[in-house]
Each structure stands twice: as C-alpha cells, then as structure tokens.
Design a protein around this ligand. Structure first.
Ligand code: FAD
Length: 328
C-alpha cells in the first residue's frame, strides 16, 4: 500500500536548495494529516553529508543515492534513480520544487510511473474525507485557481513554486534514519554529456532567496529608475524586484517579477516603491515579514498590506534613504 510523503531534496554543486527545505515543512503537515512519515530523496556525488540538514528540517528518513554519475544534473540518471526509489518504496505523495530541474524531472517520472502530475502548485492540503491531496495552482494565465485531485493513481505528484511553503525552524537535535540505495548505472544512461556549465556572469541572487527586497513598480518612471533602487538594494544587502507592469514594459527581466504570474517571495523586509498593490502583486509578497510601501497616492491598495507607509514622491525619498544607509 502506498505510504509516506516524499520530497525531492534538490541540490546544485552540493548545496541544498531552499525549495527542498520549504517542501519538507509542507510535507510534515501533510504527513501528520495522513499519520505517515516524511522521506527526503537526496541524489548527488559525495552528498551523504547533507542528510543531517534534511533531518534538522523535518525529514524522518533520508534515502541517499551517492554516485559520480549524479554529480551534475542530467535527466536520465536522476530519473532512473528516482524511478527505482519510487518502485521500491511506493510513496503516497512525491513533491518537487518547480525549478528548472524539478520541471524537467517530475513530468518524465509521472509518465514512467503512469501517474498524474500537477505542476506549479501554490497550495497543498489533504482532503479530510477522501484523504486525497488537493493540489491548487493558477490556471488560465492566473485568472483562476484550480484545485486538482489525483484519485486513482499513486503517487500523487506535484511541483511547487519556490518561496510558497514555510520551512520548519531548524532543530539541530532532530535525527532520522539514513537509507543508502545503490543504482546500477550504465554508460547508456548518460545520454547527454555536460561539456560546460555557464554560470550567470552577474552574481544575482534569486529573489526568492533574498532576505531584503527593494521592489519598484511603474511609479519609478522608466528603466533608469531601477538604478537608484539597485544602489539602495546594495546598501541594504538586498535584491531588486518588481511588479509585472515594468516587466511588460521591458524595463527589467522577468525573473525579478513578484506576483501571481511571477515569483512568490517572503523576505524579512519588502520595500514597495511606486507599486499600486494590485491583487496579483499582493499574492506574491503579502507574507513578507515587514512591508514598507512608498506611494504618492494615499489610497493605493498597497497601504492595506503595508506595516509602514510613506505617502510621497519616491524620487525624493529613495536618495534620502541611500544617504542615510551610507552613513551607517
Ligand atoms: P501601477 O498599477 O500603474 O501603479 C503605479 C503606482 O505608482 C501607483 O500607485 C502610483 O500612485 C505610484 N506612483 C507613481 N509615481 C510615483 C512617484 N513618483 N512616487 C511614488 N509613487 C508613485 N502584477 C504583478 O505585479 N505581478 C504579477 O504576477 C501579475 N500577474 C497578473 C496576472 C494576471 C492574469 C493579470 C490580469 C494581471 C497581473 N498583474 C500582475 C498585473 C496587475 O494587475 C497590475 O497591473 C500590476 O501589478 C501593476 O503594476 P504597478 O503597481 O507597478 O503599476
């Protein structure tokens, strides 16, 4: 019988990605509702040492496949290893981050296992009556939220957007069971050769990983407006993010967009400069710990979610903030 909530603990260059830790938080809730356990799948080369981090964040068991074939992410060896684990352990639920890796891996596994997959989920709950997983995701370009059930097949599989789920607080005393699995790889499994990994030149942090976000909307007036926001972000050790209006206008890259059709963020501090606070924007940032909104219109809806609001012209306020932080 299918049981337990499995999480794919994504790593890059041996570093666990935040999304896997977030998923362990959600998996704990789901497993509790089902009276089951949380199992993390950790794949890589020389990666076993990271298992403790997964225990500290809520894994009851960690299944490790440690093999040089898994050093860099290549679809086939990763899919083969997870398929083997899934066949052997028969999970009830498997969760992946909706990252480039998760989005590549999960559909292939769903096809191989003959089960369904709900991609890009923003909410996961157990239905009290049927005990099925209710997987909710934006549909029709974000115009409605669709809740999808996978009633007949197991495992129930979902990819989940980074930044949406809340990780458990780290508990360094938490321990679990480490299970090592061997997978017989052959040369034929490595059907792609990784010749080079081209890293982004500019060392920009993903906005979902930043503790401080300096976000600018249409009110900043044009692409030039991001220069002073960038300066402020550098003073604060944060990152620049934005609303959809500026992305659509071509002022900044899409990977900086916060909101329903952008990224969901939950930083310690979120500055909103010249952002009106449309519902689709709020959906991506309202869980931030502290929101400071700066807008010249005192009825802008962003003030409804702000902890601190300043009514005024951002062109006067941003340089003053930069000056103040430079003094510190
Ligand atoms: P505006 O709404 O134009 O607001 C600009 C604000 O700047 C105003 O409040 C104005 O008072 C203020 N301002 C102007 N000049 C100054 C100044 N000098 N100083 C201070 N304040 C000033 N939006 C998102 O952000 N993310 C999404 O993911 C997203 N997804 C969407 C999905 C769908 C299906 C749809 C239909 C829309 C989506 N939108 C999304 C768009 C959203 O509805 C809004 O159009 C968008 O968020 C508006 O961006 P904005 O606040 O930057 O611009």
């Amino acid at each position: 019988m299918s049981k337990n909530v499995f999480v794919f603990a994504e790593q890059r260059d041996g570093v666990l990605q935040k999304v896997g830790i977030e998923l362990l938080g959600k998996a704990n809730e789901l497993a509790k509702d089902l009276g089951q356990e949380v199992v993390a799948m950790l794949l890589g080369d020389n990666i076993k040492g990271q298992a403790d981090v997964l225990f500290h964040h809520g894994a009851d068991k960690v299944i490790v496949v440690d093999d040089p074939m898994l050093k860099e992410y290549v679809t086939e060896p990763y899919a083969k290893a997870i398929f083997q684990i899934t066949e052997k352990y028969d999970p009830e639920i498997v969760l992946y981050g909706a990252t480039s890796i998760g989005r590549d891996l999960a559909p292939r596994l769903a096809a191989r296992i003959h089960t369904g997959l709900t991609a890009d989920c923003t909410s996961l709950e157990i239905d009290e009556e049927s005990k099925n997983l209710m997987m909710t995701r934006p549909a029709f370009g974000g115009n409605l939220m669709a809740t999808i059930l996978c009633e007949e097949h197991r495992p129930q599989m979902a990819t989940v957007r980074p930044g949406v789920m809340t990780p458990l607080a780290t508990d360094h005393d938490r321990k679990g069971e480490l299970i090592e699995e061997k997978v017989e790889f052959s040369d034929a499994d490595m059907n792609v050769t990784v010749r080079e990994i081209a890293k982004e030149e500019e060392k920009k942090k993903d906005i979902t990983e930043a503790n401080i976000l300096v976000s600018g909307g249409r009110g900043i007036g044009g692409p030039e407006g991001f220069k002073q926001l960038q300066q402020l972000a550098e003073e604060l050790g944060g990152e620049v993010s934005t609303s959809r209006a500026t992305v659509d206008a071509g002022w900044i890259e899409k990977d900086r967009q916060v909101g329903q059709t952008g990224k969901t963020v939950r930083p310690d501090l979120y500055f909103a400069f010249g952002i009106s606070g449309a519902i689709q924007h709020l959906a991506g940032m309202e869980e931030s710990d502290l929101i400071i909104a700066i807008n010249k219109n005192d009825t802008a809806p962003i003030f409804d979610v702000a902890d601190l609001g300043i009514v005024g012209d951002l062109n006067a306020i941003v340089p003053k903030l930069i000056e103040e932080y430079q003094k510190e």
